[in-house]
Write a protein that binds this ligand. Structure first.
Ligand code: NAD
Ligand code: TYD
Length: 354
């Protein structure tokens, strides 16, 4: 049995990845290390919680002794690191929390791996990162693995910093690492503060749909399980010390995407055409809002044969169905302090001086 730690496994992408690995690789024992912040939810993994090759550990990745204990107790041979503070808007309000988890937490994990693995080369530290480290594109061009880092939000600055630490441990200490930088994901179990699930949930509740600025910013959307498949390939076949970009080749202006969601939701809810779109409200823009992200995933395609498999049409339809069928999950995750946080943010955004 090979013991592998997946951090952040109770979050959106992490829970899909944990399920994928637990079911596909019975010879791996998956240790899900997660602090269960507002974004982590064990309900995401109900279907596999009793699997014989799965254990959950409620831990903060900044807790060095606890992380080292795990490495020692289970002879851990691989780490796939996803735990992070992940929402740009929150990073604008509370940058230090992002430095803490994303930078200090990542470095704490690297230290534990280095201490326990010493000079072993048959192990791997896989760091999951974002395309946002590259900054913002104009209307043309794509991010490649050679694009210089130019992070512009506290979130992307903290992720860029963590990427640098991972590379530094490779160059300085010879720790076997690999990094991937992915574009925006969507799918079931995404916390409804991110664009797609927020819009779906607000439409269901007939609440305003806040579009930042003029809605002209562009994101490259990828079905979450296509991301997981890319992580699987890179974890097993990626070259050590390398970086791989992952993207959907699927660019959408926010406003066009919101209109598309409105139309799909009108159909799904049996409401008259145009009713969801009447909820759209243009609100004050996000400070420092990156204009456009777009990934060139040629390296991953050429080296490892990866390509996205789920069309946006199919993925959005599956996502909408999931949120409509899982209203209890939504109610559970937004209960507590999130509702107040959201209302406060929204009220501020509709002020002219936000
Ligand atoms: P998420 O916010 O849904 O989940 C993050 C998880 O990390 C949660 O379960 C949370 O409880 C856990 N966590 C947070 N702080 C922790 C700590 N100190 N110790 C232990 N666990 C902690 O995030 P996500 O959208 O699933 O993103 C996962 C990773 O993928 C992140 O590293 C993110 O930067 C990266 N990424 C996300 C996207 C995207 O579109 N969502 C795109 C590219 C890369
Ligand atoms: P988000 O899902 O927060 O991801 P990221 O900022 O990491 O790309 O936002 C996606 C895009 O949608 C981004 O351009 C900001 C915009 N947006 C809105 O217009 N309204 C919203 O309520 C949210 C959450 C995002």
């Amino acid at each position: 049995m090979k013991h592998i730690i997946i951090t952040g496994g109770a979050g959106f992408i992490g829970s899909h990845l944990v399920r994928h690995f637990v079911l596909k690789y019975p010879n791996y024992w998956i240790h899900n290390v997660d602090k269960l912040t507002y974004a982590g939810n064990l309900a995401n993994l109900k279907d596999i919680e009793n699997a014989p090759n799965y254990t959950f550990h409620k831990l903060d990745i900044c807790d060095a002794p606890a992380i080292e204990f795990l490495f020692e107790k289970y002879f851990v041979e691989g780490v796939i690191h996803l735990a992070a503070e992940s929402h740009v808007d929150r990073s604008i309000l509370e940058p230090l929390a992002f430095v803490h988890t994303n930078v200090v937490g990542t470095t704490t994990l690297l230290n534990a791996a280095r201490k326990y693995w010493k000079d072993r080369k048959d192990v791997l530290f896989y760091h999951v990162s974002t395309d946002e480290v590259y900054g913002s594109l104009g209307p043309e061009g794509f991010f490649t693995e050679e694009t210089p880092y130019n992070p512009r939000s506290p979130y992307s600055a903290s992720k860029a910093s963590s990427d640098h630490f991972v590379r530094a441990y490779f160059h300085t200490y010879g720790l076997p690492v690999v990094i991937s930088n992915c574009s925006n994901n969507y799918g079931p179990y995404q916390f409804p503060e991110k664009l797609i699930p927020l819009m779906i949930c607000n439409i269901i509740q007939n609440k305003p749909l806040p579009v930042y600025g003029k809605g002209e910013n562009v994101r490259d959307w990828l079905w979450v399980l296509d991301h997981c498949q890319a992580i699987d390939l890179i974890f097993h076949y990626g070259r050590v010390g390398e970086t791989y970009n992952i993207g959907g080749n699927n660019e959408w202006r926010n406003i066009d995407l919101v209109y598309l969601l409105c139309n799909l939701m009108d159909e799904a809810l049996g409401r008259p055409k145009g009713s969801s779109a009447s909820l759209i409200q243009f609100v004050t823009d996000r400070p420092g809002h990156d204009l456009r992200y777009a990934i060139d995933a040629t390296k991953l395609r050429n080296e490892l044969g990866w390509k996205p498999t789920v069309s946006f049409e199919e993925g959005l339809s599956k996502t909408i169905t999931w949120y409509l069928e899982n209203k209890e999950w939504v109610e559970e995750v937004v209960s507590g302090e999130y509702q107040q946080y959201y209302e406060k943010q929204y009220q501020k955004r509709i002020q002219p001086n936000f």
